[in-house]
Design a protein around this ligand. Structure first.
Ligand code: PA5
Length: 448
């Protein structure tokens, strides 16, 4: 497996009564076995299963030819690709693109129009050349307010410069195969489109056309991305339940929250390129697990973003001395490409003897080890994921790993990790609010 997952510091042997005792883990075995079997059996149905999103790394293979062809058409059309989408329709793509864009794909520059911000939108448009710009609108439901509104503005801008016909040839859509405003638009205007499988929800969709199309267009090796996902899926699916690494992680995260009061789960990579991966993870975790099952304690630890080593100069003080209500996940890069020896003159060597013969990567490595040691000494449970490189294969594995950990953890809590009733509620209220505001605005308009 590309990833090495070190769970030792989650257990009581490392952090005493703040960790999970092996006996407690053993007692959970029947539940773990049930969860494992439930997902394995379900995935025999592929995309038709309830947890079909966990099959994408394999079930998308027949779609790859079409995705590559569409990506090639996009690349041939533009130098700038504006990806319009929010939440699950954007965060995973952004995370992977951000992690890999230094590894020079030949494709267009990607711009993500996600949050609604008229200032940012105007700034973006001021820098784009309409003739060289393509729009890719991504929405599973095909009707999310933020996405629809910004796509309308961008389409209008493009049509205003190029005329409706040419503008249409610079637009692509990824949405539900049948339903929603976007699907209707694609049909009506004959805009090329790809489908999101109906059983796959937003935050679990990055390994579908939602992520694969923009990533392929920008030159990311999506075959390797899916291969990484498949490797991880195979390891989780094919073996015995107690050889399933994602299930062990889920069990630890679950027990630490539900039984040990670790209500906060900090993810702290020591590699800048994974900064947006943490955003993707936070959304996946929070939207999937923040639920209450009638008559039970609310589920879900609060996911918190941190960045090594920057947050050693900020959050770490609180992590070490404030309440003992946190667990940690570190991500460590074990091999740095492009490393550099620290250049020291004779005087510098005298001042910093410990830097002699050291590289820049040695520094981040030492910082990581120091933080983990301090966290463990303070008896906070922590888990470390070691990655050998930042590439598409590894990212595919990480995505698959956390999608699985999230689903398994949800099942251990006894909640549905795939829905998001409160997010839907927010969307409905926002529309109601807009309707009210519209009427008020009309009234004030007719005042003298
Ligand atoms: O995970 C989810 O379901 C959400 O975060 C959605 O991805 C987000 O609300 C955007 O929805 P849509 O893709 O339908 O525009």
């Amino acid at each position: 497996m590309a990833l090495a997952i070190r769970t030792d510091n989650m257990y009581s042997d490392a952090v005493g009564d703040q960790g999970i005792s092996p006996t407690r883990m053993d007692a959970l075995a029947p539940q773990l076995k049930a969860v494992h079997t439930r997902v394995v059996d379900d995935l025999a149905q592929g995309l038709a299963g309830t947890y079909g999103c966990l099959s994408l790394s394999a079930t998308m293979l027949p779609e790859l030819e079409r995705i590559h062809a569409t990506a090639a058409a996009i690349r041939a059309t533009c130098r700038d690709l504006v990806v319009v989408g929010i939440g699950g329709s954007s965060l995973g793509t952004k995370a992977i693109w951000h992690a890999l864009h230094g590894h020079p794909p030949e494709g267009p520059r990607l711009h993500f129009v996600e949050n609604v911000d008229p200032y940012d939108l105007k700034l973006l448009l001021a820098h784009l050349v309409p003739q060289d710009t393509a729009l890719l609108c991504i929405s599973k439901s095909g009707g999310t307010l933020e996405t629809v509104v910004q796509f309308l503005v961008l389409r209008d801008w493009l049509a205003g410069h190029l005329g409706a016909d040419r503008a249409r040839r610079q637009q692509w859509i990824v949405t539900d195969p049948e339903q929603g405003w976007l699907r209707a638009l694609a049909r009506e205007e004959n805009i090329p489109s790809l489908a999101v499988p109906p059983s796959v929800g937003g935050r679990y969709s990055v390994l579908s056309a939602v992520g694969l199309l923009p990533l392929a267009a920008s030159g990311v090796d999506i075959d390797a991305l899916l291969a990484g996902g498949r490797e991880l899926a195979r390891i989780c699916q094919d073996g015995h339940f107690d050889a399933n690494p994602a299930l062990e992680m889920a069990a630890l995260y679950y027990l630490l929250d539900a039984e040990q009061g670790k209500r906060i789960s900090v993810m702290m990579p020591y590699v800048n390129r994974l900064r947006l991966f943490v955003d993707w993870y936070c959304q996946l975790w929070a939207e999937s697990l923040g639920k209450t099952r009638a008559g039970t304690t609310p589920a879900g630890s609060l996911p918190v973003r941190a960045m090594g080593a920057v947050d050693q100069h900020s959050q770490l003080q609180m992590y070490l001395e404030s309440r003992n209500d946190k667990m940690f996940t570190f991500i460590e890069l074990t091999h740095w490409e492009d490393d550099a020896v620290i250049p020291l003159g004779a005087a510098d060597r005298e001042q910093y003897p410990h830097l002699h013969h050291k590289t820049v990567a040695d520094i981040i490595d030492a910082e990581f080890r120091a933080t983990r040691e301090a966290i463990t000494e303070a008896r906070h449970p922590s888990l470390t994921i070691e990655i050998p490189a930042v590439n598409a294969f590894v990212l595919g594995s990480l995505i698959e790993l956390y999608q699985r950990v999230t689903v398994y953890t949800g099942l251990l809590y006894g909640i549905n990790p795939l829905d998001q009733p409160s997010v839907e509620k927010g969307k409905r209220i926002a529309i109601r609010y807009l309707q009210t505001r519209k009427r008020l605005a009309e009234l004030s308009d007719i005042r003298p």
